[in-house]
Design a protein around this ligand. Sequence first.
Ligand SMILES: NC(=O)c1ccc[n+]([C@@H]2O[C@H](COP(=O)([O-])OP(=O)(O)OC[C@H]3O[C@@H](n4cnc5c(N)ncnc54)[C@H](OP(=O)(O)O)[C@@H]3O)[C@@H](O)[C@H]2O)c1
Length: 271
Amino acid sequence: MTNPTMLVTGATDGIGLQTALQLAQGGARVLVHGRSEARAVDAVKRLGAAGVKGAVPVWADLSVMAQVTGLAEQVRRHTDALDVLVNNAGVFMTEDERTADGFELTFAVNHFAPVLLTHALLGALEQAPAARVVNVSSVAHARGQVTVADLPVPRAFDGYGVYGASKLLNVLFTHALARRLAARGSRVVTFALHPGVITTKLLEKGFGMAGASVESGARTSVFCATSPRVGASGSYYSDAREVPCAPHANDPALEAAVYEKSCQLVGCAPL
Ligand SMILES: NC(=O)c1ccc[n+]([C@@H]2O[C@H](COP(=O)([O-])OP(=O)(O)OC[C@H]3O[C@@H](n4cnc5c(N)ncnc54)[C@H](OP(=O)(O)O)[C@@H]3O)[C@@H](O)[C@H]2O)c1
């Protein structure tokens, strides 16, 4: 049996680098995503220094949707079948910035890029025997609020509010994706998770605090990517166990509305 192929976005630092390391140590062939070729190649070298062989660098600025599509093309050049996609990359912005696509930057990287990348890679995921899409959300989703009117630019900007909204969008997308994959009889399943409060540059910049180690921060992503003990598609995890998401993340009407609008904005056909 060949080793499973797993893509981790934002694998150049923090939780993502550690997730790539732990997945590789578990036997995966890891595609290591970075924002640039230099960042991705450097991360592969660091993994190599930790004993990882065969990791593959791939790159894209996830705030640019054309580059997200380009990332999917790179991945398809490396593999026909993708066993796991970990949508891990994320930002916390303190300033209101627009991307070239006219999206608010936090929403672009944290929400629109995962939506587009997941759809662009669905063919490769469906070539795998039992693929998983793992969306790294946050407990901050519980404090987030969003409506379709906030897409692609939130009606009001404050860093915490927009970050929380982007993480709520991750959970809503996971539910929408799970529902639609099941309806089309797909073997692909999807999960969302909170990695813990983990010392990384995102935590330091966004929250000005320290947390637990990146080793513990990767644990729930690795669990969702590989464990046979995961629950139903669409479920939410913290500390490597299924927990309830915030009640307002279980809103089928909101979930459908933001899913449809997001697909329209990134230019992919809804499932
Ligand atoms: N740390 C926590 O306590 C915590 C808690 C809850 C959820 N999370 C979530 O965990 C995930 C990982 O965050 P982290 O804490 O590990 O943060 P991090 O150390 O800052 O890592 C973020 C990763 O995303 C990449 N990235 C950011 N913007 C990008 C862009 N435009 N294009 C391509 N890559 C980009 C970064 O690349 P560079 O290295 O080049 O910047 C880095 O590899 C995020 O989704 C975050 O929301 C973190």
